[in-house]
Design a protein around this ligand. Structure first.
Ligand code: GAF
Length: 382
C-alpha cells in the first residue's frame, strides 16, 4: 500500500526513527441519506478503499507532534483547549482534546500522516484523518473506548475543537464500516446494521465522479441548512425532523409559512424515507432498483435542499444519459463528488460521457474511478 510506505517515509524523515505502528482509516461514499445525520435520521455510507495512514510512536506524556506528506510543517503541542491549535493540525489536537475530555489518559505520540483520500472533495478526508489518529491513540494507550462510542468523540473534535457544525455520518463511516458492506446507521440511537453490498455479484459497479468544482461558501451554507432544519423542528414541536414521517409530511408542511423552510423539511423527510427504501431493496436483493431512489435523492438535493452546483448536476445527467441506473451527489454539497450506479464494464463509456459534457460547458475535467466497499479504521501493523 503506497500510502503506508509514504507515511513511514514521512515518519523517518521527521523523527529519524521507525514508527511503532501504522493505523489506517478510510474516506467514505454516502450511498444515500444526505444532511439527515444532524436531523437524527438515517444514513447509508460505505467506506472507500482510499485511506489515510497514521504512522505513530509513543512520546513523553503530554507531548504530541504531527507531520504529514500534505504539508511541510510539523506541529507540536501539549495539552490544549479548543482554538489553541489551528489549521490542519487542529484535527489531530482536537482528537487528543476530545479523548481527554471524555476522561481518557491520552498517550503522548509522534505522528506522521499520509493520505490517498482526495482532500476537500466531499469524501471525508478530515474524518479519515481523525479516525486514523483516534484509533492509533486508543490502541497505543490501551484505552477502553467501545467502537460505537468512538465516532461521537471524533465528531466532538470536529464540532468543538475545529469548529465545524457537522453531524456524525463521516466519523461513523470511517470507524464502523466493514468491507463489502454498507452501514445502515440510525443517527439518533447509533444502532447499526451491516448491509451486504457486493455490486460485482450483481454485474454492477459504483463510479465516483469527482466534479473538481471549487467549494464555495461551504461552511456558511452548511450551517444555514442545519439552522433551518432545527428551526423547523421547533415550529413543528418535534425533537428533530426525523420525527416527521412521509405520511405526516403534508400536514407538517401546511404548518410552515416559509417556502424555503418547507422545501428543506421536504428534503429531509423524504431523504430519510429513501434511506429506508434503499435498505429494504438491498435486503431483498433488488439492487438494480436502488438506482431510481438515488436519482430521486439527487433531485431533492438540487431542488429542495439547494446544495448542488452545475458541475454535479451535469455529471448526474450525463451519467444517466450514458446508461447509469442512477446517480446522485454524495456528501455535504456545493461541489464534491457524484456516485453513479452503473453496469460493470461501463465505467469507461460513462467516464467519457461525463468528460464530454464537462468539456462542452468549459468545466475543469472530472476525475472518475470505480470503488468497492472497503474496511473501516484499523491497525495495519503494530
Ligand atoms: C458533511 C458532514 F460532515 C456530515 O455530517 C453530513 O451532514 C454530510 O455533510 C451531509 O450528509 O459530510
Amino acid at each position: 500500500m503506497t500510502v503506508a510506505v509514504d507515511a513511514v517515509e514521512a515518519f523517518r524523515k521527521q523523527y529519524g526513527a521507525e514508527p511503532a505502528g501504522l493505523w489506517a482509516a478510510p474516506g467514505r461514499v454516502n450511498l444515500i441519506g444526505e444532511h439527515t445525520d444532524y436531523n437524527e435520521g438515517f444514513v447509508l455510507p460505505f467506506a472507500l478503499p482510499q485511506r489515510t495512514v497514521a504512522a505513530v510512536s509513543p512520546a513523553p506524556a503530554g507531548e504530541w507532534t504531527v507531520c504529514s506528506t500534505f504539508t511541510d510543517e510539523a506541529v507540536s503541542f501539549g495539552r490544549t483547549e479548543p482554538g489553541e491549535v489551528t489549521g490542519w493540525a487542529a484535527y489531530v489536537a482536537g482528537i487528543v482534546w476530545a479523548l481527554a475530555d471524555a476522561g481518557h489518559e491520552v498517550p503522548g505520540a509522534r505522528i506522521a500522516l499520509a493520505s490517498e483520500v482526495p482532500l476537500g472533495s466531499g469524501l471525508s478526508s478530515s474524518a479519515a484523518l481523525e479516525s486514523a489518529v483516534l484509533t492509533a491513540l486508543i490502541d497505543m494507550g490501551g484505552l477502553d473506548v467501545p467502537l460505537d462510542r468512538r465516532p461521537a468523540i471524533a465528531q466532538r473534535a470536529e464540532n468543538v475543537y475545529v469548529g465545524a457544525p457537522t453531524g456524525i455520518l463521516d466519523q461513523s463511516a470511517s470507524i464502523r464500516c466493514e468491507e463489502g458492506k454498507a452501514l445502515f446507521l440510525d443517527c439518533r440511537s447509533y444502532e447499526v446494521e451491516q448491509i451486504p453490498f457486493d455490486l460485482a455479484a450483481e454485474g454492477l459497479a459504483i463510479l465516483v465522479i469527482n466534479s473538481n468544482a471549487p467549494h464555495q461558501h461551504v461552511d456558511g451554507e452548511y450551517g444555514a441548512r442545519r439552522k433551518s432544519c432545527e428551526e423547523a423542528a421547533a415550529i413543528l414541536g418535534v425533537r428533530a425532523l426525523r420525527d416527521v414521517t412521509v405520511d405526516e409530511l403534508d400536514e407538517a408542511l401546511s404548518r410552515l409559512d416559509d417556502d424555503v423552510m418547507r422545501r428543506r423539511v421536504r428534503h429531509i423527510v423524504t431523504e430519510d424515507q429513501r434511506v429506508l427504501d434503499t435498505v429494504a431493496l438491498l435486503r431483498a436483493g433488488r439492487v438494480r432498483e436502488i438506482g431510481a431512489v438515488l436519482t430521486a435523492g439527487h433531485a431533492s438535493m438540487r431542488d429542495d435542499f439547494e446544495i448542488t452546483v452545475a458541475q454535479v448536476d451535469v455529471a448526474v445527467e450525463a451519467a444517466i444519459a450514458a446508461g447509469a441506473l442512477g446517480a446522485r451527489m454524495t456528501g455535504g454539497g456545493f461541489g464534491g463528488c457524484v456516485l453513479a450506479l452503473i453496469e460493470a464494464g461501463s465505467a469507461a463509456t460513462t467516464t467519457q460521457a461525463v468528460e464530454k459534457a464537462y468539456a462542452e460547458r468549459g468545466f475543469t475535467a472530472p476525475t472518475c474511478w470505480t470503488v468497492t466497499a472497503g474496511p473501516g479504521a484499523t491497525a495495519i501493523t503494530r
